[in-house]
Design a protein around this ligand. Sequence first.
Ligand SMILES: Cc1cc2nc3c(=O)[nH]c(=O)nc-3n(C[C@H](O)[C@H](O)[C@H](O)COP(=O)(O)OP(=O)(O)OC[C@H]3O[C@@H](n4cnc5c(N)ncnc54)[C@H](O)[C@@H]3O)c2cc1C
Length: 230
Amino acid sequence: MEANPTRQVVAIVGAGFSGVAAAIHLARTLPSPALVRLVSRNGSVGQGLAYGSPSPHHLLNVPAGRMGVDPREEGGFLAYLHRIGLAFGAGDFVPRSLYAAYLEHEFFAARAAGFARGVELRVERGTIVDIRAPGTHGVELTSQEGRQSGADAVVLALGNFPSQPPPVAGVTWDEAGLHSSPWGDLRVEDPEAEVLLLGSGLTAFDALLQLRHLGVRGTTTMLSRRGLIA
Ligand SMILES: Cc1cc2nc3c(=O)[nH]c(=O)nc-3n(C[C@H](O)[C@H](O)[C@H](O)COP(=O)(O)OP(=O)(O)OC[C@H]3O[C@@H](n4cnc5c(N)ncnc54)[C@H](O)[C@@H]3O)c2cc1C
């Protein structure tokens, strides 16, 4: 239950890039008093699908000098890298995990600034499984653990849903050697294994780099609908 019933409550579901960017924006612009609840599946801030990868081989596809989270400060990410002692240039493509660290840093800076003007940013751990707007009492959110909470407004920042494996007759995608997603625990035991990647875009390159990092040296083939890279 909200301790101060007079303050506006906004719940943001999803603590990846969009959720964090929305929270930073609300910390600056919401009339006070207000509470912004950032609901994060695992309690992390900024680590969605793209930037949550811990692999140093998974790089941003936009140069560091153009990745500022504030559109008024395009070079904000590069300035952050320099502040923490990393001498990257504006044209460098850097590990995505560094971008998650930058988002987290910006979130906590916004939290301090918001607090000073009566807007509290709070991180809550949970996975939201149900949202209802019964009317005068605002919006009710229910977490997977069964916890219920209320808000005046909700921002859905859920990211991309997991891709569906292609329908192949007789294939269930849970057999050894078949991976329906390149994310998570991608393991190939045989260093000489031949690997077929379905797709030839950025995700396929992430998978290729990860395979090479795992020591897989066999032939890797990318399958492209149009015979093109990306
Ligand atoms: C592999 C990959 C690489 C990319 N690289 C770049 C790049 O280099 N540069 C660039 O500009 N863009 C890149 N993008 C695009 C990038 O993903 C988007 O710009 C941005 O990260 C999307 O942010 P998002 O908040 O929508 O999603 P995400 O950052 O994925 O965040 C969504 C979050 O919501 C959470 N969530 C979902 N459902 C619930 C729920 N029910 N309850 C609680 N939490 C929930 C998820 O767990 C996740 O943490 C890339 C995308 C991918 C897939």
